[in-house]
Design a protein around this ligand. Structure first.
Ligand code: SAM
Ligand code: DTB
Ligand code: SF4
Length: 375
């Protein structure tokens, strides 16, 4: 028989099944190693999808319970009119005439706590609070510190994403017991200039270094499907591996194209990235960062059950739960509950980090101070 079909046709003969076994094993074993060069990351992206998924799932099982996911709920604590010009974002003040997003003032503490209680009651283990700021101001700090303490007191893990931080702000949040700080690189250094002009790539890396040094867990991810190339996705994974330690949590967002934003409009006109490329990105991230939580973030609302199942197969083990993300819709809770039941997946319990600064009293002077406790 001529053509491709004859090459892959199954046969019962033992020689060819040994050959097939060897072929499959080679593809899996050759690329398993501790650390990856840019070229090796590119090779992972190029693998046949089934080989890539198998390898990602194999590595995933070495580090995690493959049928357990971490579940977070998001809340926007300060919405819209952001001074940054991120080309994908509904909340940027630069696009507000076109997006028509209604800006809101900071949410009152009691409203945030009520939302955190609802998130806990519905099964989330982490509560993530996002603000449309370039960075928190001095007067915002007591507010966010109070939120961390009160949400933690409910037994939830806490996460915040407030823009850039200076050393003192990172220390203040660490001292309050913040578990995770989210600050995304979003894309490669090269494509970044097509995405944002008001905040540099190095400023993002600096904030991530401050978060790391403060002892807060790092959450840093990307957005795929903004018109970037595969090379950009490869470079973004490589950036994670260049960090002294990979982020503990890595959200892999699929662009939610928002009408009126430059990148949303581009994607709406030119068409979306095929979902399988997002799944490949998840699988490569899982392989390269084997102990990190890889999160299905924005973009899940538009996915079928089978696409989400493939994403879990690729090693994703975290997702945003609840009917809303920050300003856009999310997959509905009832749908997620049904899907988890059908996939046999259960939710991981909260594991809040102990506050890292403990009060000590000097035996001689009686003076009280704080000491940093190492993880
Ligand atoms: N203002 C803060 C900042 O940018 O650091 C925090 C909030 S911001 C909305 C958090 C992240 O959400 C962004 O870095 C981006 O990765 C993601 N995001 C925002 N809009 C998105 C969209 N339309 N589609 C997918 N991800 C998006
Ligand atoms: C992240 O990487 N994705 C979340 C969270 N971090 C803050 C935000 C997604 C936002 C999606 C668009 C919106 O709802 O405005
Ligand atoms: Fe502002 Fe964050 Fe949106 Fe950028 S992603 S415009 S910093 S809210």
């Amino acid at each position: 028989m001529a053509g491709l079909l004859s090459i892959s046709e199954p046969t019962a003969d033992s020689d060819s099944s040994t050959r097939l076994e060897a072929l499959n094993n080679t593809k899996v074993l050759n690329t398993i190693s501790g650390s990856y060069s840019r070229e090796q990351i590119a090779q992972l992206f190029d693998l046949p999808l089934m080989d890539l998924l198998l390898q990602a799932q194999t590595i995933h099982r070495q580090h995690f319970n493959a049928n357990e996911v971490q579940i977070s709920t998001l809340l926007s604590i300060k919405t819209g009119n952001c001074p940054e010009d991120c080309g994908y974002c509904s909340q940027s003040g630069h696009h507000r005439d076109k997006t028509q997003l209604q800006a809101e003032k900071r949410l009152d503490v009691d409203k945030v706590i009520a939302a955190a209680k609802r998130a806990k009651a519905s099964g989330s283990s982490r509560f993530c609070m996002g603000a449309a700021w370039k960075h928190p101001s001095r007067k915002d700090m007591p507010y966010v510190v109070e939120l961390v303490k009160e949400v933690k007191a409910l037994g939830l893990e806490t996460c915040m994403t407030l823009g850039m931080l200076d050393d003192e702000q990172a220390e203040q949040l660490a001292k309050a017991g913040l578990d995770y700080y989210n600050h995304n690189l979003d894309t490669s250094r090269r494509y970044y200039e097509q995405v944002v002009s008001t905040r540099s790539y190095d400023e993002r890396l600096d904030t991530l270094t401050r978060v790391r040094n403060s002892g807060i867990n790092v959450c840093s991810g990307n957005i795929v499907g903004m018109g970037e190339s595969r090379d950009d996705r490869i470079d973004w994974v490589h950036e994670l591996l260049k960090m002294p330690k990979a982020p503990e949590s890595i959200p892999v967002n699929l662009l939610v194209p928002i009408k009126g934003t430059p990148l949303g409009d581009k994607v709406l006109a030119e068409g979306q990235l095929p979902v399988l490329e997002w799944i490949r990105t998840i699988a490569v991230t899982r392989i390269c960062c084997p102990t990190s939580y890889v999160r299905l973030s924005a973009g899940r609302e538009s996915l079928s059950d089978a696409e989400q199942a493939l994403a879990f197969m690729a090693g994703a083990n975290s997702f945003f739960y609840g009917d809303k993300l920050l300003t856009t819709g999310n997959a509905s809770q009832s749908n997620d509950d049904r899907l988890m039941r059908e996939l046999g997946i259960t939710a991981q319990l909260a594991q809040p980090r102990a506050p890292q600064h403990l009060p000590v009293i000097d035996a001689m002077s009686g003076e009280q101070s704080q000491v940093l406790v190492a993880d």
